[in-house]
Design a protein around this ligand. Sequence first.
Ligand code: FE
Ligand code: FE
Ligand code: ZN
Length: 277
Amino acid sequence: MLHIGCHLSSSKGFAAMGRQALELGADTFQFFTRNPRGSKAKDLDPADAAALVELMAEHRFAPIIAHAPYTLNLCGAEERNRAFARETMADDLRRMEHVPGQYYNFHPGSHVGQGTETGIAYIADGLNAILREDQTTTVLLETMAGKGSEVGGRFEELRAILDRVALSGKMGVCLDTCHVSDGGYDIINDLDGVLTEFDKVIGLSRLKAIHLNDSKNPAGARKDRHACIGEGCIGLEALARVVRHPALKDLPFCLETPNELPGYAREIALMREQAEA
Ligand code: FE
Ligand code: FE
Ligand code: ZN
């Protein structure tokens, strides 16, 4: 069965997100660990986290995805920005151990003119400072659209980061369909070719989750503006091929489409239908 869910608000806590996911027909979900500014996270209630763990086991959830604030930048130009990103991510990872064995996804960063090589080095240094031998969370690098000075728009860049991380067994990749299409990978006409390329450069065993989004822009646009399923340039047929692909079909899929909850429920049902078709 397809594992699919959507991005949810974390304002009511862990267990509330689990119940919300069930109401939407989801068996996974994603949430921001704190607001996008990366301010202090709410105090964590261990009983609330335990209730989610129980709900997920009872309803056979696929792993869920905690998403780091997208404003963090492990490869910022100033040490205090990089340090803030490291400290916030380390704190998120400590908190995630209350819901063991899940994913923590982050945008690799923007090199802000320092160059991709320097960006990659800072990102890997940051990860080496954060990752712990005893953590149960797998940290995911998200494939990016390559907008501005973003690192991670090419598979080679993600590979270069992974190669420099000592505890590389704690690392994986989350493929965002909008981002890779915007980055110039032709998932519309040649999904097999893109996955072959991913396998050659990174290795498909690293691929742990999919962000399932349509794109407001054509392939190669480097824009990163998500569209609802079937309302963008990727289209329903191409996204259906993604959820049906034998190399992908057992991964958790997460919608980050511009929807309110009823729209998410519709898209979850639609993709479950498409997965069976
Ligand atoms: Fe993201
Ligand atoms: Fe995404
Ligand atoms: Zn995006």
